[in-house]
Write a protein that binds this ligand. Structure first.
Ligand code: EPU
Length: 431
């Protein structure tokens, strides 16, 4: 298992280029299931979850081609025929977003069999809202042996009101509704930019969707969708992570190739604590040359502060003057990183859904364990300001969603290296 070794203390200086958004690419790849023609996606990040999705689609009978050389961010998906409309437990357990295939499969093939995701390191990950929504569109649902099976000769348009805002739930139903008979109205939808990106792709494929990016989305079902070519939007969470990294390390970092309009909540919070930023077209410069102060923060659905940047904000709060109260409103168990930061010297108390962070505390290097994707990113940030060499174990979590993060960090002055297993099991056994 790979580890990162990070020597803290260097300000990040220079320009970092943002990759395509993993959480937009995943539903767009699933959307290729809706047509027998090729869908060509550009700006797809080279991260583990994308590879898992390629494997998932290939296992169903899709031809999946990865561009090479300078086109290595292109993925073509051709689902001419789908012989096995199923997502197995083996794949779903490593990536819960695999459930995104449920809606498109039942819409295109009339049946789908997808493993139930169960919980994970950030809390329960139910898909009851996906299931309820599909039932509203006429699918028959059967749950047994840890799998959900959906069948429908043809889905029928209807009204779906989500009890709670769900990002992949909105995306799943949006895809299903494109091929349904008649009009579907989705209410209380997620407004995340990734939903808008998916709707843009679907409309290019011939779907008739209006209102993506608002709480109400209307879809007029069509009989067939076509292939399309689409460029994935920039990853706002990767951009937010680097913005916070630039601020924390006292750096001067230009975050290039991002969409500042998707980053407003993070940028406003940075301004509130006293960090200066300047947006210019598709880049944001962060100048971390001032001491900064504490601020309370609560995660919310878009356009609020993203839960996927909460862990990184806690790392920042350990370096702020004063006490910050951080409330996690989306997931019930998303503070594992805080306990690791305490081992590095952070003064953080967890009370239910709140983390109380008292700054400013010097952080000292330690051996720490990454528990999920964004938790790993926050430990990297903490290590960048810690005194000494931090070793972060289980960085496979970070590889799920950040493309070449250590190379990007190295290019702007961080001292970071990736190492393999330090004491391979065989060598120890041979002694
Ligand atoms: N929820 C339900 N029932 C459902 C679906 C969701 O109760 O059927 C609850 C969840 O338990 C949670 C809340 O609704 O409390 C919101 O969950 P949501 O469905 O929006 O999360 P998701 O779609 O599974 C996506 C991202 C996550 C991100 C969340 C919140 C993808 C592939 N994943 O997950 O990203 O944290 O939205 O913004 O888009 C990450 O990239 O690290 C990541 C975890």
């Amino acid at each position: 298992m790979d580890k990162f070794v990070i020597r803290g203390g260097e300000p990040l200086l220079g320009t970092v280029h943002i990759s395509g958004a993993k959480n937009a690419a995943l539903p767009c790849m699933a959307a290729a299931l809706l047509t027998d023609q090729p869908v060509i996606l550009e700006n797809v990040p080279q991260v583990r979850d994308i590879q898992t999705t390629r494997n998932l689609l290939a296992a169903m009978g899709a031809e999946v081609e990865l561009g090479y050389g300078r086109a290595h961010h292109r993925t073509s998906i051709h689902c001419a025929s789908l012989n096995s409309p199923e997502a197995s437990y083996e794949l779903v357990k490593t990536m819960r977003a695999s459930t995104l295939v449920l809606g498109p499969l039942v819409a295109r093939c009339g049946r789908a069999r997808v493993s139930l995701p169960g919980g994970c390191a950030i809390g329960a990950r139910p898909i009851d809202l996906h299931i309820k929504g599909l039932e509203r569109l006429g699918a028959k649902i059967n749950q047994e042996h840890g799998y959900v099976e959906a069948t429908a000769a043809r889905l029928k348009g209807g009204e779906v009101v989500f009890d709670k805002i769900t990002v992949t739930g909105t995306e799943d139903l949006l895809m299903a509704a494109t091929l349904a008979d008649g009009e579907t109205i989705l209410e209380n939808c997620a407004r995340e930019p990734e939903v808008g990106d998916l709707a843009d792709l679907l409309n290019k494929m011939g779907a008739r969707i209006e209102g993506a990016g608002t709480p109400t989305i209307r879809v007029k079902g069509v009989a067939k969708l076509n292939g399309a070519r689409h460029r994935i939007i920039p990853d706002r969470i990767e951009a937010g992570t680097f913005l916070i990294a630039g601020a924390m390390t006292g750096g001067d970092l230009n975050i290039a190739g991002c969409d500042p309009t998707h980053l407003q909540a993070v940028i406003s919070k940075l301004h509130e604590v006293g960090v200066k930023t300047r947006s210019n077209g598709d880049s944001v410069r962060v100048m971390g040359d001032n001491p900064f102060s504490a601020a309370d923060m609560g995660t919310e659905e878009f356009p609020g502060f993203p839960t996927d940047c909460q862990a990184q904000f806690i790392a920042l709060a350990t370096q702020a003057e004063g006490t910050s109260i951080i409330t996690e409103n989306i997931f019930e168990n998303r503070f594992m990183h805080a306990l690791e930061m305490v081992r590095m010297g952070g003064n953080i108390k967890i009370e239910g859904r709140r983390a109380i962070v008292r700054g400013k505390t010097p952080l000292s290097a330690a051996a720490v364990l990454a528990s999920d994707l964004r938790a790993s990113a926050s430990l990297v940030l903490a290590a960048l300001v810690a005194d000494g060499e931090t070793i972060i174990d289980r960085v496979y979590h970070i590889d799920r969603g950040y493309e070449r993060i250590e190379e990007k960090l190295k290019d702007v002055g961080a001292q970071i290296k990736r190492i393999g297993e330090m004491f391979p099991k065989k060598a120890v056994a041979a002694k």
